[in-house]
Design a protein around this ligand. Structure first.
Ligand SMILES: [Zn+2]
Length: 209
C-alpha cells in the first residue's frame, strides 16, 4: 500500500518494492521502477478478474478492469491450481508501462481483500482506503476498523492508538478526512496504547464484532 510503503521508506531510508504471491500459487507479481503498481508474472500464470457480479473476465486489451484476481498457474509441477480465487481486490491494465515490461499491471498493487469490504450508508469501502488516510497522521500509531451489524445495517467505528499529546486532534481530523475523501461519516475514537490487536503479514485491519 503506497502510504505504508512511504512510511517504511522514511523510517528506514530504504527503497521498497512490492512482491506479491501466495503459498498456494507461488510468486504472482513484482513492482518495477515506475513503482505505481505491480506487474503480473504472465509467463507463469493465466490471470483473470472476477467482477462483483461473479463473472470472470480475461484481462482487457484496453482500459482497466476491477475485481478479484483469479489465477491459473502454468509451471508448478504437482500443485496445479485452475482459476484459483486469490481474494485480492485489484485494478488491472495493459496500458504500456515506462519500464518496458510486456506484462499487465495491477494499478496501486493489491487494493485489499474482497471479503474485507464494508458498507457505510450505502458507500462500499475497503480497509486500504482508510489506511491511506490514517497514514497521513504520524501521531496515529495503530488502528482497527470495527464493524458491527445493527438491525441489518453495518455500524463502523475506527479505533486509533496514538502516540504523544495530539491524539484527539489527529483522530478528529481523520474523521474529517474520511468524510471529504470517501464521503462516509465514520466515528473515530482514540483507545489506550497497546490495546488493539496487531496485524499479521496480510494486514487484517477489519474486525467484525
Ligand atoms: Zn513497469
Amino acid at each position: 500500500m503506497p502510504a505504508t510503503r512511504d512510511l517504511i521508506e522514511r523510517s528506514f531510508g530504504a527503497r521498497c518494492f512490492d512482491h506479491t504471491g501466495m503459498t498456494e500459487l507461488g510468486p504472482t507479481g513484482v513492482s518495477c521502477a515506475a513503482r505505481d503498481g505491480v506487474h503480473l508474472i504472465e509467463s507463469e500464470f493465466v490471470f483473470e478478474v472476477r467482477d462483483d457480479a461473479g463473472t470472470v473476465h480475461s484481462l482487457p486489451e484496453t482500459g482497466t478492469i476491477t475485481g478479484e484476481l483469479v489465477a491459473t498457474n502454468l509451471g508448478r509441477w504437482g500443485s496445479p491450481l485452475i482459476r484459483y480465487r486469490t481474494g485480492d481486490r485489484v485494478e488491472v491494465t495493459r496500458a504500456p508501462c515506462e519500464c518496458g515490461s510486456p506484462f499487465a499491471k495491477m494499478l496501486g498493487g493489491i487494493r485489499g481483500r474482497v471479503d474485507d469490504m464494508f458498507t457505510v450508508r450505502g458507500v462500499n469501502l475497503y480497509p486500504s482506503q482508510v489506511e491511506n488516510l490514517v497514514r497521513r497522521h504520524a501521531v496515529i500509531a495503530e488502528f482497527s476498523i470495527e464493524v458491527r451489524s445493527v438491525r441489518g445495517m453495518e455500524e463502523v467505528t475506527i479505533l486509533c492508538e496514538c502516540q504523544g499529546d495530539d491524539g484527539e486532534a489527529a483522530v478528529s481530523q481523520l474523521a474529517k478526512d474520511l468524510r471529504l475523501a470517501l464521503g462516509a461519516r465514520i466515528e473515530c475514537r482514540q483507545v489506550a496504547a497497546g490495546s488493539l490487536p496487531r496485524s499479521d503479514l496480510k494486514s487484517r485491519r477489519l474486525r467484525r464484532v
